[in-house]
Design a protein around this ligand. Structure first.
Ligand code: WTA
Length: 656
């Protein structure tokens, strides 16, 4: 029976794809949408690219400014300045502005903890907490421009700390709570953070992960850190160090809830967020104040079709850019009710997400393909247990969504009523660059559809000429947009090199793409040595360096392999030092080592011990061949340029 059903569903998917079916929004959705038709989108888009400065100036009226800008855009490629001369404040826009309206006691953050506890902060309450913590920061001598590192679980204090930083002009650098102590250390050292906010521990599937002791280890070699503030989340026993460490609840007690917002210049740094690149050293992506805020504000409205009465839920972790832009800044600046969830999709049971949708009557739900695939595998009976009728719009982010997952999401979760917005963007872009606008467009499963107003994507061949329809190429962005990164922290040369050297003047995304005969975009994945694991970017070099840093390893090469749930997994070829035996138990050790060096997300899924890697005569590893081996295929193509072609047969024979 189950088999029959599976065959049936496969057939449906095949036929839907074969006919290239499009899914139009319902009339009801369309009529109420912020942008209602393709004509309306096209008009807006055409205007945005014909007169970008005029367009963005008009949009910028949606924000609150202490001082209006003198110029909209100064573009000295690759350096952009948006709204020079303007003064604003992010926390003021996300909080204070709403307090004079009926939203004062509307829920701003609805928080659901992993164990099932919950807390709700209205705009008024959130404002009070943010002001209090901003005062705490000031007392600990954090001033405008100082960096503050946040290494925390998904608890309300994280959002409070972020907004408090923006209130006084401190630059936050959030390090995902799943990163190891060593990864934290590198990021603190690079940013020169003065203060760290962490928690005793975090919950992960009922287990407690010790964040404070990770922080202790990291901070012991980070002389820039003067104070550490610790939220008690899990009642883990921790060691508090004399003058340096303070409990959140102690420092907040009795603190004043009044803190005037600092008038920030448009281009003042807002946050640094580290992301993986093609070298071993993560890149500190720097976003600034006004342009970023405007961009996440407008894209939240356009893409998520946000309405006053919506309850909106983005399931990302705030440790990644999606959480920054679409849990905190975008939704709050629009005055939305934003859900923040501490746990994972399938703990304690595979219906955790759907229980929350039902509990809060979620209208807009934004998640990642990897989560959809994981839940899908557990069966349709789990969503069937819950009332999902509140949902009206679904979203996807992080990697291309495969048609099977798309159709399941559409049918089983959205009940064929809810448009799906497949949003393409990056840490560097600040906000969504390519996505359907749900009331305006018919949606094709697997296509991210059209550029957001103001965004000019083109797809280029190696020689810089533009591709034709359905021809793959490099995705680049031709014109600056307000949300773009401004530089890499303390490394403008690398910024230029990575993003603006291949096609000078154009932003190079690192992704491959094509557009179809109707002009819709299809993303094809990374074209560099970055692997997208569960929607998270892992640089192969980082994992290779981690492996090689272990005593037993002589050389390592890491390539992607197909993975049912994660999309891509990591396949590591490891050459052991001469006197080391190839024992299975070593694999476990090496996985644990990578986990310690970077974090559990970077653990190789498979490790193959090899005697040699396929190299050209000049000594360059031919990754193309390793990818074939890792993906379980046989045809390695032309191997004649290899120094020793027989290596390939041995690799194929020993593959795991
Ligand atoms: C990939 C996450 C296809 C892409 C917001 C990009 C996607 C990288 C999509 C950025 C999508 C993200 N379709 N691919 N809808 N969204 N990607 O910086 O390869 O963590 O370059 O930002 O994820 O990952 P990042």
């Amino acid at each position: 029976m189950a088999e029959e059903q599976a065959q049936e569903s496969e057939k449906t998917i095949e036929s839907m794809l074969a006919e290239g079916r499009k899914f139009p929004p319902s009339d009801d959705f369309r009529n109420r949408a912020n942008i209602k038709s393709m004509e309306e989108y096209q008009k807006l888009y055409d205007r945005s690219v014909a007169e970008p400065e005029k367009f963005w100036a008009e949009m910028a009226e949606e924000l609150y400014w202490f001082r209006k800008w003198d110029s909209v855009l100064l573009w000295d490629p690759p350096f952009a300045k948006w709204f020079e001369g303007g003064e604003t404040n992010v926390s003021f826009n996300c909080l204070d502005r709403h307090l004079k309206t009926w939203r004062k006691n509307k829920a701003a953050i609805i928080w659901e903890g992993e164990p099932g506890d919950s807390r709700i902060f209205t705009y008024h309450q959130l404002h009070r907490e943010v002001c209090k913590f901003a005062n705490v920061l000031k007392k600990h001598e954090v001033v405008k421009g100082d960096r503050v590192c946040l290494y925390m679980p998904m608890i309300p204090e994280l959002a409070i700390a972020m907004l408090a930083c923006t209130r006084i002009g401190a630059v936050h650098s959030i390090v995902f709570g799943g990163f190891s102590s060593d990864a934290l250390r590198d990021r603190i050292q690079d940013s020169g953070a003065k203060l760290v906010v962490t928690s005793d521990g975090s919950f992960r599937r009922g287990k407690r992960i010790p964040l404070k002791s990770n922080t202790d280890r990291a901070v012991s070699v980070c002389p820039s850190v003067e104070n550490v503030i610790v939220v008690n989340r899990t009642n883990l026993e921790v060691r508090m160090k004399g003058q340096r460490d303070h409990w959140w609840h102690d420092v907040m007690e009795g603190e004043s809830a009044e803190c005037p917002p600092t008038h920030m210049e448009s281009e003042d740094p807002l946050f640094i967020l580290y992301t993986s690149g093609t070298t071993g050293k993560p890149k500190g992506v720097l976003h600034t104040t006004a342009g970023y805020l405007l961009y996440v504000h407008m894209t939240s409205k356009w893409v998520f079709d946000l309405k006053e009465e919506d309850t909106y839920w983005c399931t990302a972790d705030i440790g990644w850019v999606t959480g920054h832009s679409y849990i905190v800044y975008g939704p709050l600046s629009n005055g939305a009710a934003s859900i923040m969830f501490e746990g994972v999709p399938n703990y304690p049971s595979p219906d955790r997400f759907w229980g929350i949708v039902e509990k809060y009557g979620v209208n807009i739900f934004y998640t990642a393909p990897t989560a959809i695939r994981a839940i899908m595998k557990d069966g349709d009976e789990w969503p069937a247990r819950h009332d999902l009728r509140s949902l009206r719009l679904l979203g996807s982010v992080g990697e291309p969504i495969n048609p099977e997952a798309w159709i399941w999401y559409y049918k089983v979760i959205g009940k064929e009523r809810c448009p799906i917005v497949d949003t393409w963007w990056q840490t560097e872009t600040g906000g969504i660059l390519i996505s359907p606008l749900p009331g305006a467009m018919d949606i094709k499963p697997g296509s991210a559809a059209r550029p957001i107003p103001g965004v000019v994507p083109v797809i280029l061949r190696e020689d810089g000429s533009e591709v034709g329809a359905n021809e793959g190429g490099y995705l680049v962005i031709k014109q600056p947009w307000p949300g773009m990164l401004r530089t890499l922290y303390k490394d403008p040369d690398r910024f230029k090199e990575v993003y603006f050297s291949k096609y000078p003047g154009f932003y190079f995304t690192g992704d491959g793409a094509r557009f179809d005969e109707e002009g819709d975009f299809w993303l094809m994945g990374r074209i560099d040595d970055v692997i997208n694991v569960s929607g998270h970017r892992i640089g192969t070099m980082e994992v290779e360096s981690a492996l090689v840093s272990h005593d037993v390893v002589a050389e390592a090469a890491v390539v992607p392999m197909p993975h049912e749930i994660k999309g891509q997994g990591l396949y590591a070829f490891v050459i052991l030092k001469e006197d080391v035996q190839k024992e299975e138990s070593l694999k476990k050790l090496l996985r644990a080592h990578v986990s310690k060096e970077i974090g559990p997300i970077a653990k190789p899924d498979k490790i193959q011990f090899a005697d040699a890697l396929p190299k050209t005569r000049s000594g360059k590893i031919m990754r193309r061949i390793l990818k074939v081996v890792a993906s379980g295929e046989e045809d390695c193509g032309d191997t004649t340029t290899l120094a020793d072609p027989s290596v390939v047969d041995r690799l194929l024979r020993d593959r795991v």
